[in-house]
Each structure stands twice: as structure tokens, then as C-alpha cells.
Design a protein around this ligand. Structure first.
Ligand code: NAD
Ligand code: IPM
Ligand code: MN
Length: 356
């Protein structure tokens, strides 16, 4: 059966890295008997410019009628002064919410050939294999965001809410993921200050009885940020709320050497899944063919694995990424002082070559 993939390149380096991922998927189709159809749509700044809406209904319909969504990145200085409803990021948040994508899986695994690309010591990063399970449709991102005049000055507020059911469903995803991994969950919160975190802890503790084989630990987010640098291999699954997960995952990318390496899958309990690199539109390097396409390519692998249950094809992509790195291909972000630097397209070609 032909699988329909909605492709939303977005802004900045989004189109460059998405094109790389599409090339890889086309190469997978060529090598196997899988068939993919690609249907393009607008999101983010480009959607504001062309359709007056960061998440146009045409894009929403395209996503809902597809079998998976592949996204690049949104945002950029051009739209930074826009009113909140007309910001590119609003389009991404609306998509996550409207498609019910509450679980964001952000795997962080050290690539052997890149152990010296991390700013951390090789011994610290070599055994890293973490899955960050980030809650994606709740918390402060989806609270009230308001400004009002109080005593002659502006006051701004952002509210952070979590319900028991929202916590339960993401915790369940973390426990289920841990079952297939090393059976350990560290739930990260700020329960020494935040009421939403105290509820989060209670709900996670209550669920432990359903998962007797899983070890559960709670960790405060400030300590977790430190532990990720100090001893990252202590983590298996990190379960956390929306904003903490956003911040910790960018931090964790440095364990692998670059933000340009980390993929993600955003899933609900049913319906279409969204697959995108964790990085943004990187306005500082866009249009130069120097962005690292591997995060987007690894997101295509997650699309095959989680979106289409094509485990073998997904593994073929992951293996090809490793082979390209073993062969010495390096985009600028992961290059060493002595080594040659590959462009986005050269790295993509190297992965395609390794796929064959
Ligand atoms: P960013 O992730 O775009 O870039 C941070 C740094 O990492 C930059 O120096 C950039 O050059 C580098 N980088 C990122 N991806 C790279 C890649 N594939 N290869 C090589 N280097 C890479 O974060 P930012 O600069 O804080 O944000 C820029 C814009 O992107 C903002 O508008 C922000 O809102 C948006 N953003 C979007 C997403 C998304 O679409 N999911 C995620 C994060 C940020
Ligand atoms: C990410 C991004 C988004 C987030 C922004 C662009 C809204 O940083 O996907 O990590 O904060 O979730
Ligand atoms: Mn982020």
C-alpha cells in the first residue's frame, strides 16, 4: 500500500534538511518494495507569508489525511515582531495540539565515530543512550499568556497547568518505552516549588504499581540538567513536562556533538504522527547548504519505525547514518580541525550511498 507523507519544510534550514530526508525516503523506496507519496504543505513563517496563517486549515487537512507528517523547522527573525497569533511557532504548537500529539520522543544516543565531537570527555558520553519523553500539548506552552497594566507598569503572565489525565497518559508512554529499554524512568520536575510538579510526582508514584519491573526515580530539574553533563549514562528514560523537556533535550544534544543530530517523534494515542528534528530554523546558517541533515534523516527513520512500523527500513537508515559517519563525512557542526567538511547535500549523498 502506498503511504502518504505530508511534508512541511517550514523556514530557514527547514527546507534544506527536509529535502535531505525526502531523498533518503525515496532511496528507501527504491531499495525495497515500499511506496511513499509526498504531499507538500506550508507551516510557520512561509505559511504566514503565503496564506496569512502559521497553520492553515489546508495544511491541517493535509496532515489529517496523511499517514505521517515530516517537518523541517519554523521561525526566524522576519516574523519575530509579529503579534503572538501570527508567529511561526504558534503554527507548530497549533499543529501539535490539533493533532493530539502529546508525547514527544527525543532519543539521544552517542554515535561512535563522533565521540570526540562532543565538548564533553569521551568517557562521559560513550555509553549515552537516553530517551527523553517530553509532554508536548500541556503546561506553560498552552496556558494563558497575557499582559496588563498594573500600578502604571506592564505585567506579564504565563500560566502552567497540568491535569491528572494529561500526566497519566504521558507517564504511561514513558513506562511503556522503558519496558522495551533498560526498565528505568527518571521523572524530572520542580516539585520543591511548583504545585503542578507535586501533582506530577503523585500521579507517577501511583502508576508505579502497574509497572513493578520499572525502577522509578524523581529528580529536580536543576539537578537533572547538571547530571546530564556529569553522568549522562545514568539515564534510560527521562519523563518530563513540556518546557523542561524542551530545554533538557537541547542540552542533551551536546552529548552527541551537535543539535543537528537529534530527531524526534510526536505521537498521540491514535492518528497521524509528526516527525521532525529537535533543532530550529537556524537562521544563522540557512541557505548555505551547510546545515547538518542527519537530525532530519534520523527523523525519517523514526517516521518509518513509529509511523509505519517499518522497523527494518528504519534500521537501514540508522545504519547508513552510522556508515556515513564512519566513512568520515562531517558537516561543519561536527567537523574536526583537520578533517574535510561536507555540505548538506554531500552528507545526504553519503547516507544514500551507504543505504545501498
Ligand atoms: P536553532 O535550533 O535554530 O539554532 C541553534 C544553533 O544551532 C544555531 O547556531 C544553529 O546554527 C545551530 N543548528 C541548529 N540546527 C542545526 C543543524 N541542523 N546543523 C548545524 N547547526 C545547527 O535555535 P534558535 O537559533 O534559538 O532559533 C531559531 C528559530 O528557530 C527561532 O525562530 C525558533 O523559534 C525556531 N525554532 C524552531 C523549532 C522547530 O521548528 N521545531 C525548534 C527550535 C527553534
Ligand atoms: C522545539 C521548539 C519549539 C518548542 C518552539 C519552536 C515552539 O523549540 O520543537 O523544541 O519549544 O517546542
Ligand atoms: Mn526546542
Amino acid at each position: 500500500m502506498v503511504k502518504k507523507i505530508a511534508v512541511l519544510p517550514g523556514d530557514g534550514i527547514g527546507p534544506e534538511v527536509t529535502e535531505a530526508a525526502v531523498h533518503i525516503l525515496k532511496a528507501v523506496a527504491k531499495n525495497t518494495n515500499q511506496q511513499f507519496e509526498f504531499h507538500y504543505g506550508n507551516i510557520g513563517g512561509v505559511a504566514i507569508d503565503e496564506e496569512g496563517d502559521p497553520f492553515p486549515s489546508s495544511t491541517e487537512e493535509l496532515c489529517k489525511s496523511s499517514d505521517a507528517v515530516l517537518l523541517g523547522a519554523v521561525g526566524g527573525p522576519k516574523w519575530d515582531q509579529n503579534e503572538p497569533a501570527l508567529r511561526p511557532e504558534k503554527g507548530l504548537l497549533a499543529m501539535r495540539k490539533n493533532l493530539g500529539l502529546f508525547a514527544n520522543l527525543r532519543p539521544v544516543k552517542a554515535y561512535g565515530p563522533l565521540l570526540d565531537s562532543s565538548p564533553l570527555k569521551r568517557e562521559v558520553v560513550e555509553d549515552v543512550d537516553v530517551l527523553i519523553m517530553r509532554e508536548l500539548t500541556g503546561g506553560i506552552y498552552f496556558g494563558k499568556h497575557e499582559r496588563e497594566q498594573v500600578n502604571g507598569e506592564w505585567q506579564a503572565l504565563d500560566t502552567l497547568t497540568y491535569s491528572e489525565s494529561e500526566i497519566t497518559r504521558i507517564a504511561k508512554k514513558a513506562f511503556e518505552a522503558a519496558k522495551l529499554r533498560d526498565q528505568r524512568v527518571v521523572s524530572v520536575d520542580k516539585a520543591n516549588v511548583l504545585e503542578s510538579s507535586r501533582l506530577w510526582r503523585e500521579v507517577v508514584d501511583r502508576m508505579k504499581t502497574d509497572y513493578p519491573d520499572i525502577t522509578v526515580e524523581h529528580m529536580l530539574v536543576d539537578n537533572a540538567a547538571m547530571q546530564l553533563i556529569h553522568g549522562p549514562s545514568q539515564f534510560d528514560v527521562i519523563l518530563t513536562e513540556n518546557m523542561f523537556g524542551d530545554i533538557l533535550s537541547d542540552e542533551a544534544s551536546m552529548l552527541t556533538g551537535s543539535l543537528g543530530l537529534l530527531p524526534s517523534a510526536s505521537l498521540g494515542d491514535q492518528g497521524v504522527g509528526l516527525f521532525e528534528p529537535i533543532h530550529g530554523s537556524a537562521p544563522d546558517i540557512s541557505g548555505q547548504n551547510i546545515a547538518n541533515p542527519l537530525a532530519a534523516i534520523a527523523s525519517a527513520a523514526m517516521l518509518l519505525k513509529y509511523g509505519f512500523e517499518m522497523e527494518d527500513e528504519a534500521k537501514a537508515i540508522d545504519d547508513a547514518i552510522l556508515k556515513a559517519l564512519e566513512a568520515g563525512y562531517r558537516t561543519k557542526d561536527i567537523a574536526t580541525e583537520q578533517g574535510a567538511v561536507s555540505t548538506t547535500t554531500e552528507m545526504t549523498e553519503a547516507v544514500i550511498k551507504a543505504l545501498r
